[in-house]
Design a protein around this ligand. Structure first.
Ligand SMILES: *Cc1c(COP(=O)(O)O)cnc(C)c1O
Length: 365
């Protein structure tokens, strides 16, 4: 196979980023979030690379947990949306999973099971995100129902921030205050339980939220959870490098257009490089003219629409550009968040939605 479009995953960089997790939250245990194929980085490879340094893995569903088991991961695995139907609990327990319980419906389903096996549950509180979770009142009810049940081995509290990545921490602090008061009420009744609240953004900027377990996702992949107007306090190394090559070069005259729909027209005589990458690989079609693309280590600008298999880049101002020159779409020298901003999205989405067509390789630790 010779199409030069390629993703490289630097497993040593993941380990470095995990060290940053430990620097910022030295006393918390770590649930490494590897849902959605480790944000598109390869769940098995990523999990195996960091298995010895993390305490648990977090995935979206049982299918993702089973995939980790197939690759020999032995850690406890947290299903962050729990089970989608009652029949899954038995399989989840047999697969060594712990389950989030986010609704009274799930509590009832669980209590109706006749399993003799023990399940570790994480009661999810809706502290303000209003997407998933028990109200504080339901939490107390659920806790009472479950902590006397023989089926339940342990109960932990989990919640999620809606805006921990904001510079303005008002919303996150409102959520935290509600949770602190709920935790206090529980402790007053003799119910001491482990707590997990922090995603990457809270881990890096809200120390009071660390508690027993932190749940970093995006920072493990070397991507800042913050928007570009906010600096990231951690030293993160990008893990995914998305690269290709120049496959054609042409000069175009003033008034000539490039690509589908003639969406970009030259205002000066321009040198246009065509790159072997497109939305069929995961490069975002919404990336607008002006999106940075590194050609031969220098910044060019995307011009015209992104095609399925190709993009065009204005390289007029670059020093020297030739066919087969290396191109970085994002990676060590161009932050995926910067590209995402030009495409109206986040680095989270871009790395997660790479397609299967792109060749993938791993730099071992
Ligand atoms: C994905 C996820 C995380 C990780 O969030 P990041 O912003 O990627 O650090 C943490 N907790 C839950 C419940 C999640 O779904």
């Amino acid at each position: 196979m010779s199409r030069p479009t390629h993703i490289q995953i630097d497993l040593a960089a993941i380990k470095h980023n995990l060290q940053q997790v430990k620097t910022f939250a030295p006393t918390s245990k770590v649930i490494a979030m590897v849902k959605a194929n480790a944000y598109g980085h390869g769940a098995a490879e990523v999990s195996l690379a960091i298995a010895e340094q993390v305490d648990m893995f977090g995935v979206c569903c049982l299918e993702e947990a089973l995939q980790l088991r197939e690759h020999g991961i032995q850690h406890s695995i947290l299903l962050i949306e729990g089970c989608f139907e009652a029949s899954e609990y038995k399989q989840a327990i047999m697969a060594g999973c712990e389950c989030v319980i986010h609704s009274m419906l799930q509590v009832k389903e669980l209590l109706n099971l006749s399993s003799v096996m023990k399940l570790k549950v994480w009661l999810k509180v809706d502290s303000g995100m209003h997407r998933l979770g028990l109200t504080p009142h339901e939490f107390i009810e659920a806790y009472q129902l479950l902590h006397t049940s023989e089926m339940i081995e342990s109960i932990q509290l989990l919640s999620h921030f809606s805006s921990a990545d904001d510079q303005d921490k008002t919303s996150a602090l409102t959520q935290l205050t509600l949770l602190q008061s709920l935790i206090k009420t529980q402790i007053a009744q003799g119910h001491n339980m482990p707590v997990s609240l922090a995603n990457s953004a809270a881990l890096l900027t809200l120390e009071q939220s660390h508690y027993d377990w932190v749940r970093p996702g995006i920072m493990l992949y070397g991507i800042s959870p913050f928007r570009s107007n906010m600096s990231c306090p951690a030293d993160l190394q990008p893990v995914m490098s998305f690269t290709s090559k120049v496959i054609a070069l042409r000069n175009i005259e003033i008034g000539e257009s490039v690509g589908y729909g003639d969406a970009w027209t030259a205002k000066r005589r321009s040198l246009i490089a065509t790159i072997a990458v497109g939305y069929g690989d995961g490069y975002p079609r919404t990336a607008s003219s002006g999106t940075p693309v590194l050609v031969n280590g220098q910044r060019g600008e995307l011009v015209g629409r992104v095609s399925m298999d190709m993009i065009c880049v204005d390289v007029t101002d670059l020093l020297s550009v030739n066919i087969n020159d290396p191109v970085e779409l994002w990676g060590k020298n161009l932050a995926v968040n910067e590209v995402a901003e030009h495409a109206g999205t986040l680095g989270y989405e871009l790395v997660t939605r790479m397609t299967g067509r792109v060749r993938r390789s791993f730099i071992p630790v």
